[in-house]
Design a protein. Structure first.
Lengths: 346, 346, 346
């Protein structure tokens, strides 16, 4: 373990401790909300570091499976705890918000940062197109139950059944395409592992356990913080929870774009959207069957539309294998206006 | 006439005879529905074989005109008989369903089959883009009256007038672009004709007459079969009638994809969507003026949306001139979820 | 000043004089409406000629700034006078109509004319894609408040605030991207100026002043003319005002396409859409704060949808750097059907 990794673990532990103090000491809700959110991001980063060590051991494919499973762990915990508290709106909007934040805000910032530093960014369009095409198709699948509901079709009265069909189809697609995707990941060269299997397991276990604890505190602080800050539940999920839950992918993506690695940056950012759509959302749907609040995929129709738009516009933006900071700025602007549309609560 | 063609005619005649027994003998409705559907597909295939003989005689252009006119004959008969029985919902959803089935299900299956066998399919993007662009524009034209209706604009009270304007514009576009399209059909090399003009005319006449008869039986069995199977009228049209009516294009497209002829496969599949939008739908609108039930183009809004989505996503999928089985599987998944959204009736 | 320019000024003065006679003499409303519309187009053309003279003096960049500011002057005056008379619907639909007319009607006509004369038009796809991408993103920003309103989200009760956020974001994007855009304008070679600074200033001032006067007459005739012609306010704005206000860009774009300069033609036509979205609309929103009727960006939902569709379809059409007259005809057909959908009033 390098000095840097030790520092990372130390800082993460300190933030988690601070989060514990806030949450268990009954400190101010907004402060608790902010600190637990930060702790979630730090734990997510630690999970990333530890699975990187698995990469050298399991090969790119195996590490990819573990990373898919663990990388979304904090988001998964937050969603399940929030469902347990009946905050279905937050969960719904956080899932859509992950896609919007990735496809518009983070991609836009990456284009802006990378384009301002390096001029027109040119990347391998084939891979970007494939991810973008799969994302827009998966987004369309995810949006159908909401559209059926919004347009008052007879299926609106069967939202639970349609949700399960939709989630089943998405999970089946995920299961079928996962192997080929993992094999296809190029550019992810893994250094030989420096951690022992035992150390890796301990860190992963600790980070996962910590994420579970912190998610609980985060969700507990969420309700009061929303109330104090006068924002709507939809906005909290769409913007705050979504950005906190994807903090790591977001920061890594921006760093890569700044270092003029647009291929890798776009791959990280857009894959995150695809995973939320294809794996995380249907997984939460099925897991929620064991909870009192079942997650149904009938979003407010503006959310469903924004999801579709994010998919279609994301495809149009990356399709030519080129981007610049002007496209980036307009993407960020679109994200701001969509987020603002959800600011007000009922 | 080759032995194979004789066998084809014999089998078609046998299935039509079986359909006659079911329909006139008052056998079980679902059985009658299935057998008459099969007979329609067999007759459509026979029309295709016979017009192929015309190809060697009239040249690619002339044969194309005849094929355009006759290839959609069974769908046309079914639509007119169904309108005559007041089944407007079935007709509307069958027309949209033809586009959806072609652009999502059949294209997706072709990508899956072809991609699984031959890896990434590469095809000439220019032709595919042109058909896709024309299809999405035509789909947008076709969706406008429904959107005007769904969004309660003043035009909603003039749906018949707006339908006629819309259908008139589509037919005018069809008439203007038809000649250039026919000239442009490359890859359709026609063998010299082996049938005499008389034989061709007899087979075509027989097949067309048979299609008219069988369509009547099919539509008669449709209502009771829908009822017995507890599906909605929309689902019956969108899925069952649409797939039966396009069975031939569908099978041919899949065979071509399996044989690694993605250019020809995509051309057959996507042209079928374009013809339904640009020619068949407006033709039925005008013909329906002579019936008691006039076809108006104000679909349920979810149908109109699905049509638009099919157009836009179809364009995104084929635009890069590449496809693989992952894209294929997600397209099929999207079709399944859209179809499921229409399963329930009022 | 060349003889041709003198003739242009003379004709413009004559048409403005005729407009004055109609407007002040209380002649027939429809006649006044037509003549003042013609006078607006002539004045817009004169502004274009005069700023061209500035081009040689200020360089391409500076002239571009002035052209951006002055080129939309007639539209701006018409919008402000119409708002002053409370014709908010006309202003809203005229702004969307500018985008639709450019992206569908004029682009479609340019493709049809150019394609019919010169076969498949091939243009530099990079520039066209960039403008198309920025336009679809800006259109999505502009459509969000309307969608939030139409889908009854809580933000619907805060349409003024959401309008200001949306307009602020658009203006900020415009301000940030303007310099790079102006620098990037290639193909616009400016001849050395032949007019003195004083002459240029006099002509520009005269044209601008004339545009202000004529706009007032045009708006005064608008209401009675709409009534006499039995069209809806939406149709008047969407089609009549939009086409009159963009007459110059339209004619220039078509001429360029006919002369087989598709790059320049597409640049002129699509930039006009982008400017309306990114600059003119938010500018009118902020200026309207000084009027009794504030412009809110909550359009009828069918308008917002048409705007989004225009953006998405425009991107699909130009993305491949190729177009032909078939695509052109279908675009024109789509414009006709959209326009027809707004013909009827409440």
């Amino acid at each position: 373990m390098t000095r840097r990794e030790l520092v990372e673990i130390g800082i993460t532990a300190a933030i988690v401790a601070a989060a514990a103090v806030c949450a268990l000491g009954g400190l101010d809700d907004v402060l608790t909300f902010a600190v637990t959110g930060l702790a979630l991001a730090a734990l997510a980063r630690l999970v990333g570091t530890a699975t990187e060590q698995l990469g050298g051991r399991l090969g790119s494919g195996g590490a990819g499976v573990v990373q898919s499973a663990l990388g979304n762990l904090p988001e998964l915990f937050v969603a399940l705890f929030a469902l347990n508290k009946g905050l279905q709106d937050v969960v719904q909007s956080a899932l859509v918000g992950s896609v919007l934040a990735n496809s518009m805000l983070v991609l836009g910032l990456a284009f802006t940062v990378g384009g301002a530093r390096h001029g027109t960014l040119r990347f391998n369009p084939e891979r970007a197109r494939l991810i973008a095409t799969l994302t827009v198709l998966a987004a369309a699948i995810l949006a159908m139950p909401s559209l059926a509901h919004a347009f008052h079709t007879p299926a609106a009265r069967h939202e639970q059944a349609l949700t399960l069909i939709c989630a089943g189809v998405l999970l089946a697609i995920f299961a079928l395409t996962l192997p080929s995707f993992l094999r296809g990941f190029v550019g992810e060269v893994h250094a030989p592992p420096r951690w022992s299997v035992r150390l890796t397991a301990v860190v992963l276990g600790g980070a996962a356990g910590g994420a579970a604890l912190v998610s609980d505190w985060f969700v507990n602080a969420l309700g009061p913080a929303i109330h104090t800050l006068h924002m709507s539940e939809d906005f909290a999920g769409l913007v705050i929870v979504a950005i906190a839950g994807n903090a790591v992918e977001n920061v890594v993506g921006l760093q890569l774009a700044a270092r003029n690695q647009p291929d890798f940056a776009i791959s990280v950012i857009m894959n995150s959207s695809l995973q939320v759509t294809l794996a995380l959302t249907p997984a939460i749907v099925f897991l929620s069957l064991f909870f009192s609040t079942h997650l149904v995929l009938t979003y407010p129709v503006l959310l469903a539309f924004s999801l579709l738009l994010a998919g279609i516009l994301g495809a149009i933006v990356v399709y030519d294998g080129e981007s610049n900071w002007q496209e980036g700025i307009v993407l960020v602007g679109l994200y701001v206006v969509i987020a603002a549309s959800f600011w007000w609560g009922t």
